[in-house]
Unconditional design. Structure first.
Length: 74
């Protein structure tokens, strides 16, 4: 096909267009994966914030219910 200039003229624009489309699809796929990862991390962060808010109340309840002990003198 290298010797057939007419064939190259016909196929070259199609090959260039196909490459552009493939690059665009790859870019879209990377952006989609990025957005999914971003949402996952945002959800993890929100869950961590919720858990962090629950910790102080749990600690307060636990410390109030504990009995106070003193060590015996030796």
């Amino acid at each position: 096909y290298k010797d057939d200039a007419e064939f190259v003229k016909e196929i070259l624009p199609m090959a260039v267009e196909e490459r552009k489309q493939r690059k665009e699809l790859d870019k879209d796929e990377r952006e989609r994966k990025f957005e999914l990862e971003k949402k996952r991390l945002d959800n993890e962060l929100e869950l961590a914030r919720i858990r962090e808010r629950e910790i102080p109340s749990d600690l307060t309840e636990a410390s109030n219910s504990r009995q106070k002990y003193t060590l015996p003198k030796l």
